[in-house]
Design a protein around this ligand. Sequence first.
Ligand code: F6P
Length: 549
Amino acid sequence: MNNRQELPSWQFLAEHAQQMKKQHLNQLFASDEQRFDKFTIKLPHLLLDYSKNLVTTETMSGLVKLAQDCEIEQWRDKMFSGEKINLTENRAVLHTALRDRSGDALMLDGEDITQTINLELEKMESFVRKVRQGDWKGYSGKRITDIVNIGVGGSNLGPQMVTEALKNHSDNSVNVHYVSNVDGAQIAEVLRPLDPASVLFVVSSKTFTTTETITNAKTAKSWLTSASFDDDAVKHHFVAVTSNLENATEFGIGADNIFSMWDWVGGRFSLWSAIGLPIALDMGFEKFMALLEGAHQMDRHFVDTPLEQNAPVTLALLSLWNTTFLGSQSQAILPYDQTLHMLAAYLQQAEMESNGKSVNWTGEDIEYQTVPSIWGGVGINGQHAFYQYLHQSKNVIPADFIGSIESSTPVKGHHETLMSNFFAQTEALMRGVNESQVREDLKAKGRTPAYIDQLAPHKVHQGNRPTNTILLDRIDPHSLGGLIALYEHKIFVQGIILQICSFDQWGVELGKGLAAKIQTELAEEGEVGEHDSSTTNLINYYKKMRYAK
Ligand code: F6P
């Protein structure tokens, strides 16, 4: 394994970054009229403009050279062919196979997983049809009107984000709800208006051991059986998506009602599997397949396109440039489409659970800045909340602006207002406004010199804040599939360059283990004493106050 920092391409970029830090995007635009053409990638249904990043053609060639030195193409081929690139868990990483309908065999441990996937899709299709047509009956013979997906993390965020994004593509054959939080408030609120006789629960958990999910599933089960007075009702009202057949069966779900997950699909990359069942139930199986097809097209672009024109590679290289070489520490995801309101939350898990690590493949500490923290929210609401920070704080926060040419929900006059803000914000973040412009402006408004002196520094915007603009034709199953796959591959490329094990998540285990221990302690009589003094006293205070009466 080579040390990335010793690569000449890395060293070039480190030095080049020092030069580029002295540049302003305004100069780069002024000195090159072709900048937009040079730094955009046009794909079917998607335009990526990355010209508002502090890069030149020299920067981009340096970054591509680094990607080559890190053998991105070879690693990409390893992933697609099923090599076990999830090193710490010795697993293949094959979410891409879930959306490959080419029919080509893909052998993994002696088994053609294409056939496995196809069988599962057939099972999904017939189940989805049955439920949506009203042929799947509840314990009293009523049709299913409401689906409640119970799952958390990857077993929630992907399906829920897509359901929200494609709301307009649902024909409302069924209503889909999500329960992820173990806070009883959520499940209570979801179940309150529902009729147990016409609800179908989808318990989504790759491991079927996630405490929060199992707790919610048990609550749902007793809600159902106390209404039906019949334990047998579970078989009409529960299906599971899991790789843990044993636990799901023990829970009471019949084998026919269990959809498979496999260890070669990571939770946060799983919406393309039966974890996407609520999406298919909501929109119909054909639209679920269009989502898969859109993602597959992005897979083909990732595999077939030279690195220079490769959208996921470019996004990854820019994130690396902004973070590792220019020193940004966070990145904002800013969709200008209400339907994408969960995208930032989804990408938070996808990127941060994948690459939020600080040792490399062989377990050595990584010395350089790795990946940014991801946050964000819908653009317009953000403009009236946190954009002040994006424009004028001391921290530079690169941002991805995501919008669409056609509105998801056309309402006269709204889309142009929305999109004028979309374009204005990246321009403002890039251009800024300097002090002399501010002063001139205030003078033109007839302000007094004293007032101008006082206010001018507060109105200066440094600009030079990098953004990517991703403009989709529209948000539909196909384009959304492509957008998600774009980010998935970006995450992969970043992981390879930074030598991070992107497909495990050991960092969530410590807290899980402690919570299990504390849950036992909360149930026991008396004080606890084996924690640090803060945790001990907090738990004891909680127990005293809660159980005092
Ligand atoms: O705790 C993190 C995590 O393991 C995620 O990686 C995963 O998506 C989520 O929990 C849910 O896991 P499961 O699907 O096994 O319930």
